[in-house]
Design a protein around this ligand. Structure first.
Ligand code: AP5
Ligand code: MG
Ligand code: ZN
Length: 220
């Protein structure tokens, strides 16, 4: 199963991709997580990505396409993958088509988690992440049992540097200008589905599983 998790910043791509990755036994590939790891390691890629991320801008297509191409060539992607946060531009979507066809694969489905922009800001500002295992929490919608401590591993929770009201406004602008056109892109390819992302996390997960299982059944 080759799935794209689409949605605006804060829509719930990472949260849902993590559940689906466990359920279907295929890796979650988040370009945002890959860039944050590179920033933490202080690599050349990290230095380049850090400046773009802090400004709420996209990392250049050539850089992003390069890391995704490398990642999709790894053995754990053989049975499929869930891309989270890629593609974000038409150029990236075209590149993904080329990569998949080189690998003899076909995109199964692009699923968009639709959430109104007013709710996205609250989601991003209240988000907390575990420094050790990367688990995602929300101070109001998915609180950890103990404040600032990860339920899963006991790690310390932190806030992403780009989760401020100011940077979120920029990220939403970039999303509308560069990424929103991909909805039409996948609709016209007959590969598009949408779920209502306003519901509680577990309901969105159930809806996604319904859509994916129906797509799998049709493919059999
Ligand atoms: P990235 O890390 O991908 O950020 P994003 O797209 O802005 O999305 P987020 O991770 O903020 O949101 P999400 O949809 O994963 O939501 P989450 O599940 O965490 O990218 C960061 C930066 O990296 C970009 O700005 C860019 O600079 C660069 N980059 C990345 N990919 C790139 C690419 N392809 N090309 C170029 N540059 C790229 O949920 C958010 C919060 O809401 C959490 O606290 C969660 O607990 C809560 N929540 C989730 N679902 C619900 C629900 N149903 N109800 C209530 N709360 C919920
Ligand atoms: Mg994310
Ligand atoms: Zn943790």
């Amino acid at each position: 199963m080759e799935i794209l998790m689409m949605g605006a910043p804060g829509a719930g791509k990472g949260t849902q991709a993590a559940y689906l990755s466990k359920k279907y036994g295929i890796p979650q590939i988040s370009t945002g997580d890959m860039f944050r790891a590179a920033v933490a390691e202080g690599t050349e890629l990290g230095k380049q990505a850090a400046a773009c991320m802090a400004a709420g801008k996209l990392v250049p297509d050539a850089v992003t396409i390069g890391i995704v191409r490398e990642r999709l060539a790894k053995a754990d992607c053989e049975k499929g993958f869930i891309l989270d946060g890629f593609p974000r531009t038409v150029e990236q979507a075209d590149a993904l088509e080329r990569i998949l066809s080189e690998q003899g694969k076909n995109l199964t489905l692009a699923i968009n988690i639709a959430v109104p922009s007013e709710e996205l800001i609250e989601r991003a500002i209240g988000r907390r992440l575990c420094r050790k295992c990367g688990a995602t929490y929300h101070v109001k919608f998915k609180p950890s049992r103990q404040e600032n401590v990860c339920d899963a591993c006991g790690g310390e929770l932190y806030q992403r540097a780009d989760d401020t009201a100011e940077t979120m406004a920029k990220r939403l602008g970039v999303y509308e200008a560069s990424t929103l056109p991909l909805i039409e892109y996948y609709k016209s390819a007959g590969k598009y589905a949408e779920v209502d992302g306003r519901c509680p996390i577990s309901e969105v997960t159930a809806e996604l599983i319904k859509v994916l299982d129906a797509t799998e059944d049709r493919g059999r």
